[in-house]
Design a protein around this ligand. Sequence first.
Ligand SMILES: Nc1ncnc2c1ncn2[C@@H]1O[C@H](COP(=O)(O)OP(=O)(O)O)[C@@H](O)[C@H]1O
Ligand SMILES: [Mg+2]
Length: 224
Amino acid sequence: MALLEISEVSKQYTRGGRAFNAVNHASLSVEGGDFISVIGRSGSGKSTLLNMCAGLLEPSGGAVLFEGKDIYDLKDKEVSFFRNAKIGYVPQGMSLLSNFTVLENVCIPWFLFKREGDVEGRAFILLEKVGISRLAASYPKELSGGEMRRAAIARSLVNNPRLLIADEPTGDLDAETTAEIMTLLSRIAGEGTAVLIVTHELDTLSYGNKTYVMDAGNLAPHAA
Ligand SMILES: Nc1ncnc2c1ncn2[C@@H]1O[C@H](COP(=O)(O)OP(=O)(O)O)[C@@H](O)[C@H]1O
Ligand SMILES: [Mg+2]
């Protein structure tokens, strides 16, 4: 059974009185350990697709199965818990809370549902893993773009998810930092957490084991 399986998923929006499919019958499956990239230009439907995969946006048609269960059949509260426990999410752009330290930011998903255990110890280990444990007590405004992205990746891993979903994790980063973040994500995939990212950058193509292209809502495997 695939970890994540989306079949014939569509999302219809209406703008200026006209309906259109931002995502049009997209199918994709993710297995444990996969590192999948979806590339495509701005406005092609990448974020819409990811948000449907993450349980954040209900499709207008098709099914999103996670470990064989249709996540949109769950009740609101179940879907929130499920997402918090199973899916790490790195949103597009800057997403850290500015009044909390880096370490506290990493801990937040842990506290969204009642959990016990040494979360700070775990958060610190994750910061070591992403290479910024020296910044644990710093605030987001003291970090570079790449460091913020590393912190958001550490945060997405705090509940030990089965799948990490990231929306343009290298957006606004220089080529060298992009390569470092992509290497980090492939290491995470190698350790067993499946990784699904979208990006508009072609220089990420050499990473990962599968690439798809999104074009005006239509998803297709990338021709090598
Ligand atoms: N809530 C919405 N209502 C109407 N149109 C939307 C909405 N969200 C996104 N869109 C449109 O859907 C298309 C796909 O958007 P998006 O998934 O954000 O693309 P990408 O992430 O590839 O840049 C765009 O044309 C965008 O303007
Ligand atoms: Mg987007």
